[in-house]
Every structure is written in structure tokens, then in C-alpha cells.
Design a protein around this ligand. Structure first.
Ligand code: IPD
Ligand code: CA
Ligand code: CA
Ligand code: CA
Length: 256
């Protein structure tokens, strides 16, 4: 494990937490991106800029992909690649001042090295390091027992609940219940905590799934596209995060 890098990331995340909690005491500058529910604030940009500055300073040869504009023209995952979502759940950040996260995934030649998901308002840092395990606030996180879809909560976003895709309806009907947090970070965390067993999401971007991918791999959990295939770190995709048994059932239903 790269202790220097891990220590730096923990320090940066603590700083990001302070920046975001402090910003919520004042005025947010809110802009729309593609529509009314797709927002960006000055803090999304400030956190991304801060993390990029730090990475450039300590690791000048590494590549960076960040939601708010950095590295969107990358074509290769060779070398070390950082994938950053400065605020995941910006709508929650704006509307709830709660239930949002910061995510960082680190890959080397396309292989997951580390993933960090920070629940900012709870001050909970979940991370997984290749070969070292998964931790919550530095305490080892034990993988939860695998279960069946019929005994599991399914995290899913709103588009699917109003849609008419019969395979998604079968997935929803096959689960014990449905939940939605409005933040990929929190949907993933709820599986790490053993609260839900599956998160199905369409149109996730690499910064929405990269950190979770690294953490899930380390815990022996599954992350694939809808067909059960590996994700491309530079492409948006439908994504299924789940424990192994539930993942197998979900992929069958989604491709029946
Ligand atoms: C969004 C959230 C949301 C998910 C969207 C993402 P953002 O991320 O994770 O839960 O449904 O697909 O884009 O834009 O708040 O970082
Ligand atoms: Ca966004
Ligand atoms: Ca996101
Ligand atoms: Ca974001």
C-alpha cells in the first residue's frame, strides 16, 4: 500500500469536509447545468480545484478525471488515474444540507488501487485499499452476509420508478423494498453498511462509480453494467452494484 498517498488523501478529505460544512453556513452560488435538477455550486468547483491542485503538487505525472471539467478528453487509463466527484448529490447539498458525499477512486493501468467515499455531514470516511481491506473511519468493515433479492432492499433512482421497462419492473417487484437517497455515494454506502444489497442506476458517470468500484472489489462485492460486463473507467454506463447472489439474480432479471 502507498502509505504516503493514503495519508495525503485522508488529510485532503478532512479539509474538504471543513470546506463544505463551512460553506453551508453561508450563501451558495447555484447554477443549472442540463436542467433544474442538475445543479453545480461554487463548492463543487472549489473542491474539485482543491483536490486537483493537491494531486498535481504531490503526483505531477498522474492523470485526473473530475466531474466539473477536468480530464474529460482522456482516452487512456495507462499510468495512475484519479477519478473525482467533488460533491456527489449536489441537489441534496443544496436542498437538504445533508446526504451528499465526496468520492475519489485511484487506478493504475486500469486496475483499482483505492477508493474513498466520504459522507460529509456524518464525517464518515469509507475506504478500500487494494489487498488491505475496507475500512470505516479506520476500523475494518466486515462484508455483510450475502442474501437473496427477495430479502433485500433495492436502491434505485426516480427515472426507473416512473418508467415502463418490464425488466426493471421485475427487479423492483423481486426486491423486498425500494429506497433512493439521491446520491450514488450514499446508495453505495448503504450496501457497505449491509442496509441494502443492490443499487441499480442508469447513466452513471465514471466519477459516480469509480470509488465504489474500488471498494466493492476489495470486499468481494460485484459492480458491472446491466449485462454483467466490466465497466469502462472512461465511459458512462448503467451500473449494478450488489452482493454476489443478488447481483446474479438481478442480471438474470435485467436480461430476461
Ligand atoms: C448524481 C447523484 C444521483 C444520481 C445521478 C448523479 P451529482 O451525482 O449521484 O444520485 O442519480 O445520476 O449524477 O451530479 O450530484 O454528483
Ligand atoms: Ca453533477
Ligand atoms: Ca455524482
Ligand atoms: Ca458531483
Amino acid at each position: 500500500m502507498n502509505y504516503q498517498r493514503h495519508h495525503l488523501v485522508q488529510t485532503w478529505i478532512a479539509q474538504v469536509g471543513n470546506m463544505l460544512r463551512t460553506a453551508l453556513q453561508g450563501e451558495l452560488e447555484i447554477e443549472e447545468k442540463s436542467g433544474r435538477a442538475d445543479l453545480v455550486t461554487q463548492m463543487d468547483k472549489a473542491v474539485e480545484a482543491y483536490l486537483i491542485d493537491q494531486i498535481h503538487h504531490y503526483f505531477p505525472n498522474d492523470q485526473i478525471l473530475g466531474e466539473e471539467g477536468h480530464g474529460h478528453n482522456l482516452t487512456s487509463t495507462q499510468g495512475v488515474l484519479w477519478i473525482i466527484d467533488p460533491i456527489d448529490g449536489t441537489l441534496n447539498f443544496v436542498k437538504q444540507a445533508n446526504n451528499f458525499g465526496t468520492m475519489i477512486g485511484i487506478f493504475e493501468d486500469g486496475q483499482a488501487q483505492a477508493g474513498y467515499i466520504y459522507d460529509v455531514m456524518k464525517d464518515d470516511l469509507y475506504y478500500g485499499i487494494n489487498g488491505e481491506g475496507v475500512f470505516l473511519n479506520d476500523q475494518p468493515l466486515v462484508p455483510t452476509l450475502d442474501t437473496f433479492l427477495a430479502d433485500s432492499l433495492l436502491n434505485i433512482n426516480q427515472y426507473h420508478l416512473v418508467g415502463s421497462d418490464p425488466q426493471i419492473q421485475a427487479l423492483v417487484n423481486g426486491a423486498l423494498g425500494v429506497r433512493g437517497y439521491g446520491s450514488a455515494a450514499l446508495e453505495i454506502i448503504s450496501i457497505l453498511r449491509g442496509e441494502a444489497s443492490i443499487y441499480y442506476a442508469s447513466r452513471l458517470q465514471p466519477w459516480d462509480f469509480a470509488a465504489g468500484l474500488a471498494i466493492f472489489k476489495e470486499l468481494g462485492l460485484k459492480v458491472t453494467d446491466r449485462q454483467g460486463q466490466a465497466l469502462d473507467l472512461l465511459e458512462a454506463s448503467t451500473v449494478v452494484f450488489a452482493s454476489p447472489q443478488v447481483h446474479q439474480e438481478a442480471i438474470q432479471l435485467l436480461n430476461a
